[in-house]
Write a protein that binds this ligand. Sequence first.
Ligand SMILES: [Fe+2]
Ligand SMILES: [Fe+2]
Length: 183
Amino acid sequence: MHKTNSSVQIDNQLTKWLEGELRSDHAGETGAVWIYRGILATCTDPGVRDFAQQHLETEKQHLKLIEAFLHRDQRSWLLPLWRVAGFLTGALPSIFSSNAVLATVSTAETFVVSHYMAQIGRLQSHNSHNNICRVLQSCCDDEAKHESEASNLLNGRPSFFLRVWCALVSSGSNLAVKCARVI
Ligand SMILES: [Fe+2]
Ligand SMILES: [Fe+2]
């Protein structure tokens, strides 16, 4: 089928947008791997460690899947920063309590689900890059499972300080995505 100039322009815009989005996904999955590594480095609760170990394996698979779509030179230049930020996001709450870990995981995974859903929605509306869309959907389904596992294990309503921490995690994730789209 012959494409008009404007549809070629839309394709180019979409490809450019998608590269930034995949860079943010790759940065996010890197951060996710390091969140669970951070939890495992400091948490002593066997139940939470088991949960973190299982999630870590899934996040490593996600990272591999996204890596396949993104050339080395297309990845974020700030990967060392995303690793450190992820590690601290997992390690710091583990020092305080299992509930703090679970609330942090629930917050981070909630953020990731909405991030992936926005990308999937745009790709579906253009009926474009269906293979990437399928991978993003399968990652998103896993993240939703991670979130519900964490919130099911949460014991009671998080304290005020924990809610402040979770708000920081959410806004930090938002800022990280904005940076990783471009750098
Ligand atoms: Fe993930
Ligand atoms: Fe996850």
